[in-house]
Design a protein around this ligand. Structure first.
Ligand SMILES: Cc1cc2nc3c(=O)[nH]c(=O)nc-3n(C[C@H](O)[C@H](O)[C@H](O)COP(=O)(O)OP(=O)(O)OC[C@H]3O[C@@H](n4cnc5c(N)ncnc54)[C@H](O)[C@@H]3O)c2cc1C
Length: 431
């Protein structure tokens, strides 16, 4: 079969390419039974709808806002973020660095003292100064206290590597940098000022994040699911699958870079080597349905302390009541891992115990639904090898007319909005 554009992977990036190709001849090849990738939702037998952890639409681009509105129409709500940090047995508002209010006095003073000291010592310091590792950047930007109580432990838990090995290339505006005045105000008053890129978000009123995918999909006829790609012959421009061969003019790949490198026949040694240097973390997403309404009024909570095995937990009902049956609540809990040795069952048991110790769950709570979703590729690790390895692999792919995009095709820290925009942009390059 001869096709203009073959798109590998039916996550939101792949779907966006197809959507923007409009009437051109293309096909999406997806290995799973359903498209959507990380933006899928699962409905369990009790009627709980779980996303692959919270998937909230933080949209900056006018184009994406318009598109999402066009697709979801009235099925879209705008929410004001209500997110918190749980540490030292208290809840403080997100972001930690701008909301110390509520913490023990000693910690507040330690954080402010460190922040002021950092500002005095590093007034010339800039994020663009890429010689710093993330650990040093935290100390120079926030000082000792904020780094010790949040930045270092939280990020070690999320990335699962020594954060002295993490570069600052991923930061963008993901980590809010408050002014001294904002830090002081937030230390002595319960300040609800919205700081950071995700202060508001859109979310579907019904159906979880899957409803965005379902709407997108309606405009995309050329989808093949349950496809096993066995190899890619770049010289003949052929993709071989369990159901036959496909000859392409353009190949767009949204599958993880280490996976495409394995599929291409005759990959040069330097590309194989570069691929082996890529690092990432996985996430175990534990979802729980609880027979109690309103277990929390918050959207999500960060857990920086080591004693908790998870780094974040969120409450679906506060995104949309449609995600839980009447009289119940539900949660997602995110546990980052690399080379997991503990069984899922043990992690589940430990997680429930820890949620009780933080008084998020009561000992009398009845858990009526458990759904564990594994996310093997979750966060790309930005270490010293990432940039050069990525360059080697992507140069090779581009030379062979393969456009590798999306979170894991582009090997980056990115959002659903980024994936939509990149998919659209890519179509400009296709013949
Ligand atoms: C824990 C977590 C929370 C997040 N929260 C948010 C959020 O709140 N807001 C936000 O905007 N973004 C969030 N993101 C990021 C967002 O999920 C991604 O940026 C976006 O979904 C990436 O889309 P993609 O199409 O690039 O990748 P994916 O969704 O990973 O899609 C890739 C597709 O390729 C398929 N595939 C893989 N290998 C093969 C193969 N060999 N053959 C065929 N198909 C294959 C996969 O099955 C998948 O469908 C979050 C990510 C994670 C991990």
């Amino acid at each position: 079969m001869k096709i203009d554009t073959v798109i590998l992977g039916g996550g939101i990036a792949g779907l966006s390419v197809a959507y923007h190709l409009k009437n051109k001849k293309y096909v999406i090849l997806e290995k799973e039974h359903l498209v959507g990738g990380l933006c899928k939702s699962v409905t369990d037998k009790n009627g709980f709808i779980y996303d692959y952890t919270g998937h909230l639409l933080h949209i900056k681009s006018k184009y994406v806002k318009k598109l999402v509105r066009k697709l979801l129409k009235k099925n879209l709500a705008l929410k004001n973020r209500n997110s918190w940090i749980y540490s030292n047995n208290v809840f403080t508002r997100y972001p930690f660095q701008a909301n110390l209010f509520g913490l023990p006095e000693k910690i507040i003073y330690e954080c402010i003292e460190g922040f002021v000291e950092a500002k005095l010592l590093n007034s010339q310091f800039s994020i663009l100064n890429s010689q710093f590792c993330f650990y040093d950047w935290c100390l120079k930007t926030f000082g000792n206290g904020i780094s010790k109580y949040f930045m270092i432990p939280y990020n070690e838990k999320l990335w699962r590597i020594d954060i002295k090995k993490l570069t600052c290339d991923w930061l963008g505006n993901y980590v809010p940098q408050p002014t001294l005045q904002e830090v002081i105000t937030g230390a002595f008053t319960d300040n609800n000022k919205k700081i950071g890129y995700n202060a508001t978000f859109f979310y579907p009123k019904m159906g979880g994040i899957q409803s965005l995918i379902d709407e997108l999909k309606k405009n995309i006829p050329g989808i093949k699911t349950d496809v096993k790609i066995s190899s890619i012959d770049i010289s003949k421009k052929i993709v071989k699958t369990n159901s036959g061969e496909m000859k392409y003019k353009n190949l767009v790949s949204t599958i993880p870079l280490p996976e495409i490198v394995k599929l291409i026949k005759g990959v040069p040694e330097n590309v194989k080597k570069a691929s082996k240097k890529l690092k990432w973390t996985s996430v175990l997403n534990i979802n729980l349905g609880i027979k109690r309404k309103n277990i929390s009024n918050k959207h999500w909570i960060y857990f920086p302390e080591k004693k908790f095995n998870f780094y974040r937990a969120g409450f679906y009902r506060n995104f949309s009541e449609s995600l839980c049956p009447e009289g119940t609540s539900s949660m997602y809990i995110e546990i980052s891992y690399r080379n997991r040795k503990t069984s899922k069952e043990k992690m589940l048991k430990k997680t429930i115990g820890k949620l009780k110790s933080a008084k998020i769950l009561k000992s009398s709570d009845k858990i009526i639904s458990e759904c564990i979703l594994d996310i093997p590729y979750a966060y790309v690790i930005y270490d010293k090898n990432r940039k050069s390895s990525l360059e080697t692999i992507r140069n090779y792919l581009r030379k062979n007319f393969i456009f590798s995009i999306g979170r894991f095709g582009g090997w980056k820290y990115s959002t659903m909005e980024d994936a939509i925009l990149e998919g659209k942009e890519t179509t400009k390059w296709l013949k």
